[in-house]
Design a protein around this ligand. Structure first.
Ligand SMILES: Nc1nc2c(ncn2[C@@H]2O[C@H](COP(=O)(O)OP(=O)(O)OP(=O)(O)O)[C@@H](O)[C@H]2O)c(=O)[nH]1
Length: 366
């Protein structure tokens, strides 16, 4: 039997970091395969896990929820056939909906696969903001998780953590919530929390009851009562669900959803990730200094100029011949020395992002 463990979480929440910790501390001796579904064409994360001897299947060209659903099933079956792993770890893109990924797994109907855990990683400092601005995606990850792991609790104030837990509890009354800084927990403690069975049956039943589209696996009817995310009793109406393969999305076009007051909008559709978020990705040979990069990333809080930048990451050559790795989540640039790559890469993700300004910022056209 191959266990499937899903690690969802919004952009930059810490999914890869958590997976790495579990591989190092909890999955010793197990045969693992990681399936990553990155948003954007430029893959940045794969390197270190490949070095650790983990087989990685990257799916960078679409989201698991819709256009890839057939491919996803085929990929899972192929992984099963080729490797017979003990576990398949799935890291959906930060803007993937956990319910969609779970449904895609369920739709594979393979006896040798067992959905074992589905976790959401939540950055304690950005929970409130993401819930308010990107609730459709963020709250889905919270609602369906069996375990919610808070990240960045190390430097956070007690009140901030308590506020975050309260918001999460409004969405999900049953999930185990891990609020202890990660370095204080052993891999075994993590695994016990992640694999805990308390909610698994309820969530799976709930998913089965929903009216899933046979092609994309999307649910077209929800009846959740949520205090904060305001997706009260909404229904999707598919007037002409297209399955003809002509459209970018094979399904779910043209439906309207009546949200009473979901994060400030009165009438808005059920969205695919790429209707809301965009990514900018490039390879580059341009060299940077650490200070330059920190100052560039710090400018990303200028929404008017760049759009809403939610995540940036990259690996670029430094002027002195070494290499710099960087990460950005709103308000926090992180630049450090790291291993060389075959070429430089930069990836930026956000809503309404302005490619021209990003190119200018990094001096990519000089
Ligand atoms: N201080 C601190 N940093 C963290 C923590 N978790 C993750 N990070 C850092 O946050 C950044 C993003 O972490 P990742 O693990 O790449 O996040 P991700 O969810 O895989 O991000 P995506 O690539 O957007 O899917 C990295 O620089 C991590 O080192 C945490 O608990 N505390």
């Amino acid at each position: 039997m191959t266990k499937i463990d899903i690690f969802s979480g919004f952009l930059g929440a810490g999914k890869t970091t958590l997976i790495k910790k579990l591989i190092d501390e909890s999955f010793k001796g197990e045969k693992l395969v990681l399936i990553e579904n990155e948003f954007g064409e430029i893959g940045i994360d794969g390197g270190f896990l490949k070095d650790a001897g983990i087989n990685i299947t990257e799916m960078n060209s679409g989201c698991i929820c819709c256009s890839l659903v057939g491919d996803f099933g085929a990929a899972l079956k192929k992984v099963l056939r080729d490797y017979r792993p003990d576990r398949i770890l799935i890291e959906p893109s930060g803007v993937g909906k956990l319910s969609d990924v779970m449904k895609a797994v369920e739709n594979v109907h393979e006896h040798a696969l067992a959905l074992n855990s589905y976790t959401a990683v939540v950055d304690v400092n950005r929970c409130k903001m993401y819930m308010k601005n990107f609730g459709e995606f963020f709250c889905d990850q919270i609602r369906y998780a069996k375990c919610i792991v808070l990240s960045h609790t190390g430097g956070a104030k007690e009140e901030k953590i308590a506020e975050c837990v309260k918001l999460l509890r409004e969405q999900n009354a049953e999930a185990a919530i891990v609020s202890t800084p990660w370095d204080q927990l052993s891999g075994t403690q993590f695994l016990e929390a992640i694999e805990g069975a308390s909610t698994i049956n309820r969530v799976l039943e709930e998913l089965k009851e929903e009216d899933a589209c046979p092609v994309c696996g999307h649910s077209h009817k929800h009846d959740h009562e949520h205090d904060h995310c305001h997706e009260h009793s909404h229904e999707h109406h598919h007037e002409h669900c297209r399955h003809d393969g002509e459209q970018k999305h094979e399904c779910c076009h043209g439906h309207e959803q009546e949200h009473e007051h979901c994060h400030g909008h009165h009438h808005h559709g059920h969205h695919h990730a790429d209707e809301v978020f965009q990514s900018f990705g490039t390879e580059t040979t341009k060299q940077f200094s650490k200070d330059e990069l920190v100052s560039m990333l710090s400018q990303f809080n200028n929404e008017e100029k760049f759009g809403v930048i939610l995540r940036a990451k990259g690996i670029v050559p430094e002027k002195d011949g070494s290499w710099l790795h960087f990460d950005y989540v709103p308000g926090t640039p992180d630049v450090r020395e790291g291993a060389a790559d075959i070429t430089g890469r930069i990836c930026v993700i956000g809503a309404g992002i302005k490619d021209g300004e990003i190119r200018k910022l990094f001096g990519l056209d000089e």
